[in-house]
Design a protein around this ligand. Structure first.
Ligand code: AMP
Length: 549
């Protein structure tokens, strides 16, 4: 290409293997620490992960995997799972992470829809996989991610393979292949709250660009000086890209395995000197209960990304009190997942603390690589005035264009601005571009033609000292179509009446938006990714007000 139209730079595809080789060459001795499923704390490093990923890539080829084949994983956050990530994508296979917390039928459906050829899984999931195997006729090899000593004497799985033995049989003389950066690299399914889950198939290019953007100072601000502990599982949108971002910046990675209770996490945060983390709100509620209950403090942990569902302001304050700054972020499986993060701009420096908090409680500003907008039902852009709530749309090089196994594109034409992905979220944008999710469109409460944000009502309830967790759902109402119904789980030993909770809304929200009733529950249901299961609650409480009237 000698034309002056073209730049004279090297043509090097953006491949996931380049993240790992960079980390291995330039941060080779930086540690990867895992609490393994077998119970031990295992210490590896980027150089070792790269060597072992090469052996695994060889082994997968030897098992007959061909370029583009999907390799399924049912696994927690550990170094072996990290190796599978890089071995598969790096050798032009597709890493298909599956959430082990889903119902077994859903797991089988997803593995079959993805047409997984190999399934790599953790030791404590062996009984689950044995139960599932008859429903997985296309899986040719089952690989138990453990060593010989932990292999079962016998298993219902024919020809069960041992991960460590597979690696030991290879010599590691394997060069990561070069190929088109648009090739598929990994596959994640959406939670599928309605109908079957859908697959989002990422590319090498989308993943590497996303990793770059995630590391930026106004995004996750990751650097080589960080010690990153992704609490978010590696089966939830690739742990929000952290296994890639960590390699890109060459930082220490701490992987907590299956033990995500407050005490186990706190121990790792302290012993490994973790500085940065990421996870869904419910997870942090559990950790904070432990930290506050025991009167503990964090010695190195300074900031965390919280997303996946709205972070209650009360949780932000609680973390701030122990010295941890919360970066509220919004994203989706369909967006790799990062879309926006709440970070202040220089002009906000002089604002009073309460005003700053108000901005940081929003889902934040789009990061470069993603553009977002709000539109009305006719797909016309709405004003960015912080008031008009509309359908949130997004576009960018790591935003989905089409689901796996589906011919039709979900994109919509926004008037005069081309094709955008309709996120299914309802949001406002303020004049500075701070986006605030008011609801998932199917969770919004439509009361007499007005919309009420279930998220706003939940956040207020969760600021009450007696409330552990709150959910607000639409209940059918004879006059208003729908009215908000508040469901609360109280903190252990706490008590509060229905009337006290309802009067807590006075002055915090317009009177007509106050929930009509309160239901006290022992526990609120959650989805497999730790979000409130509004679907379950709606099904159970939809007629609550009608029945009462
Ligand atoms: P998932 O694909 O499972 O990550 O779910 C994506 C959905 O989670 C989004 O479309 C939102 O409805 C919700 N979500 C993610 N982050 C946030 C957030 N910070 N606040 C409110 N909702 C969120």
């Amino acid at each position: 290409m000698t034309s002056p139209l073209y730049g004279r730079m090297m043509q090097m595809p953006l491949l996931i293997s380049s993240l790992l080789t960079h980390a291995a060459r330039h941060a080779g001795d930086t540690e990867i620490v895992s609490r393994r499923v077998e119970g031990d704390i295992h210490r590896s490093n980027w150089a070792r992960v790269e060597q072992r990923a090469r052996r695994l890539a060889q082994a997968l080829r030897r098992l007959g995997c061909k370029s583009g084949d999907r390799v399924g994983t049912l696994a927690w956050n550990t170094d072996r799972h990290l190796e599978v990530y890089y071995a598969t994508s790096g050798s032009q296979l597709v890493c298909h992470t599956i959430n082990p917390r889903l119902f077994p039928q859903q797991i089988a459906w997803i593995a079959n829809d993805a047409d997984d050829q190999v399934l790599c899984f953790d030791l404590n999931l062996l009984p689950l996989v044995e139960q599932l195997a008859p429903q997985l006729p296309r899986v040719r090899h089952f690989v138990l991610m453990t060593d010989r000593a932990h292999m079962p004497a016998q298993s219902a799985l024919p020809g069960l393979l041992c991960y460590e033995e597979l690696l030991a049989a290879e010599d590691g003389h394997y060069a990561w292949p070069a190929f088109d950066e648009q090739c598929a690299s990994s596959l994640c399914y959406t939670s599928g709250t309605t109908g079957h889950p859908k697959g989002a198939l990422y590319s090498h290019r989308s993943t590497v660009l996303h990793a770059y953007a995630a590391a930026l100072p106004d995004a996750m601000a990751c650097s080589a000086s960080d010690v990153v502990l992704p609490v978010v599982p590696m089966f939830h949108v690739n742990a929000w890209g952290l296994p890639y971002t960590a390699a890109l910046v060459g930082c220490k990675l701490v992987l907590p395995g299956p033990k995500l209770d407050g005490a186990s996490l706190y121990e790792l945060f302290e012993s490994e000197k973790v500085t940065f983390s990421a996870g869904v709100p419910t997870l942090w509620m559990g950790l904070m209960e432990h930290v506050r209950g025991q009167g503990l403090a964090f010695s190195t942990f300074r900031r965390t990304v919280i997303g996946g569902s709205a972070c209650p302001p009360a949780l932000m304050r609680a973390l701030e009190e122990v010295g941890v700054h919360v970066i509220h972020a919004w994203g989706m499986t369909e967006m790799s997942p990062l879309g926006s993060l709440a970070r202040l701009q220089p002009k906000h420096a002089a604002l009073p603390a309460a005003e700053k908090h108000r901005l940081l409680e929003k889902q934040g500003k789009a990061i470069y690589g993603v553009d977002i907008d709000v539109v009305n039902d006719a797909h016309e852009p709405l004003p960015w005035d912080g008031e008009h709530a509309g359908h949130l749309v997004a576009r960018g090089p790591w935003v989905i264009e089409r689901y796996w196994n589906e011919d039709d594109s979900p994109l919509v034409e926004v008037q005069g601005r081309g094709a955008w992905f309709p996120t299914g979220d309802v949001a406002t944008m303020d004049p500075d571009g701070f986006m605030q999710i008011t609801d998932r469109s199917k969770d919004v409460i439509k009361s007499g033609g007005e919309w009420i944000s279930s998220i706003d009502l939940e956040c207020i309830a969760m600021a009450h000292p007696a409330v552990k967790e709150a959910a607000v759902v639409a209940a059918t109402h004879p006059t208003w179509d729908e009215r908000p119904l508040l469901l609360v789980q109280l903190k252990a030993g706490a008590s509060v009446t229905r009337e006290e909770l309802l009067s807590f809304y006075k002055g915090r929200i317009a009177h007509w938006q106050t929930p009509d009733d309160v239901v006290f529950v022992d526990e609120l249901p959650h989805t497999a990714t730790g979000k409130l299961s509004k679907l379950t609650l709606r099904a159970k409480y939809k007629d609550w007000l009608v029945r009462k009237s």
